[in-house]
Ligand binder design. Structure first.
Ligand SMILES: NC(=O)c1ccc[n+]([C@@H]2O[C@H](COP(=O)([O-])OP(=O)(O)OC[C@H]3O[C@@H](n4cnc5c(N)ncnc54)[C@H](OP(=O)(O)O)[C@@H]3O)[C@@H](O)[C@H]2O)c1
Length: 355
């Protein structure tokens, strides 16, 4: 059986912790190394206490390229903040070339650096120019339910954003339709979406009993959502996305509302059938009745979706764990598809309920 040797850049963050947790149980993973500048030399469990006696190892200040080059199947995940992989990629490519890793290494990025192909769209979405625009377009966008065929065999994959995953999965079965009109998207996220470094917006006393919108009509994930719709030649639509921060730690709950033209025949029955048919072979999308629940997906790689219609008004709701299907789990799903493993390998488990 093919066994991977994995390096994680940004191993001390929430994404790094989830990668360590999930990859340690993966049947095709042999060794895991993780990099952290602040915690170099410390055992993983010092930062991720849930991993004590489950995942052995210490954080490294930087990858040991010579040792990594000995691996038969080298695999790298980058879970660093936005802009970092793009800033470091030239230097990394140099190191890979020196150690004969360039042709053999598979790379999956969890950040937004390579999700978009156009420097102009990136700068508009992220408010700053891309640090390495020449490399844009060299990563495959890793939303398995959309373009699994492109992910197969890909060497560089950009895993989608957490909001973008929930909202794209809610909309994907409608992509390509004409005249969908105004699409109102409202989505709430837990505080872990902002990463491990504390900030005013993630500090418990200012967040625990609050509910607010942020980046109204200007969230960077909107560019991923409209790119999918445009690629699928959806026409006559506009999206207004309002993100909210909810008093949760893990989880995203997205509500998508639209009033499609009657000519499309999207009533409660046809919509349900459309979503069932579309996601029949998608192992991590579950269609539920009434409403999805964050507590039912937390800790797992599932995205639960419910579709409702009344008097021509359509509501699609999606819930997922931002750290799993919205991040580390989906990155591993991408690894599985890219390298020809079972798509569900290492990911087929329920979350903890109640969350
Ligand atoms: N949180 C989510 O729900 C979520 C969902 C989807 C995607 N993402 C994206 O995934 C990435 C990781 O997110 P996260 O929530 O895990 O972030 P995080 O908790 O803030 O962790 C960031 C990691 O990167 C390292 N790091 C920070 N600055 C660095 C630098 N200049 N050079 C090298 N390493 C650096 C940090 O460790 P040291 O400082 O010790 O080196 C830490 O291990 C981000 O790009 C994020 O946008 C996050």
């Amino acid at each position: 059986m093919k066994k991977m040797s994995v390096y994680i850049l940004g191993g001390s963050g929430y994404g790094g912790g989830e990668l360590l947790r999930l990859l340690s149980q993966h049947p095709n993973v042999e060794t895991i190394h993780a990099v952290s500048r602040k915690h170099a030399g410390e055992p993983f469990w010092k930062v991720h206490p849930n991993l004590r006696r489950v995942v052995d190892g210490v954080f490294e200040a930087e990858p040991d390229w010579a040792a990594f080059a000995q691996a038969e199947h080298p695999m790298m995940f980058s879970a660093m903040p936005h802009f970092e992989l793009a800033r470091q990629l030239l230097k990394l490519e140099d190191a890979w070339a020196k150690h004969s890793l360039s042709e053999r290494l598979a790379l999956i990025d969890l950040s937004g650096d390579f999700r978009l192909d156009s420097a102009e769209v990136f700068a508009r979405a992220y408010g700053k120019p891309h640090p390495y625009p020449q490399a844009l377009g060299s990563f495959v966008y890793g939303l398995p339910e959309w373009q699994k065929e492109k992910i197969k065999g890909a060497r560089c994959i950009a895993s989608p954003g957490c909001f973008a995953t929930a909202i794209q999965l809610a909309l994907l079965p409608l992509a390509g339709l004409k005249d969908l009109g105004f699409i109102a998207v409202s989505a709430a996220t837990g505080s872990s979406g902002a990463g491990a470094t504390p900030s005013e917006t993630t500090h418990h006393p200012t967040r625990a009993n609050d509910f607010r919108a942020y980046k109204v009509l200007s969230h960077q994930h909107e560019a991923e959502i409209t790119r999918l719709l445009d690629t699928e030649k959806t026409s006559g639509y506009s999206v207004a996305f309002v993100p909210h921060s909810a008093p949760l730690v893990r989880g995203i709950f997205a509500t998508v509302q639209l009033r499609p033209p009657a000519a499309l025949g999207l009533n409660a029955k046809t919509l349900r059938k459309r979503y069932e048919d579309f996601y029949r072979d998608a192992p991590f999308v579950r269609l539920v009745e009434d409403t999805p629940r964050v507590a039912a997906v937390a800790g797992s790689n599932f995205c639960d979706i419910a579709v409702q219609e009344k008097d021509g008004n359509v509501v699609i709701m999606a819930a997922l764990d931002n750290l799993v299907k919205g991040m580390a789990g989906q990155a591993i799903q991408n690894m599985n598809i890219a390298l020809g493993f079972e798509e569900t390998a290492g990911l087929c488990f329920a979350g903890a309920y109640p969350a």
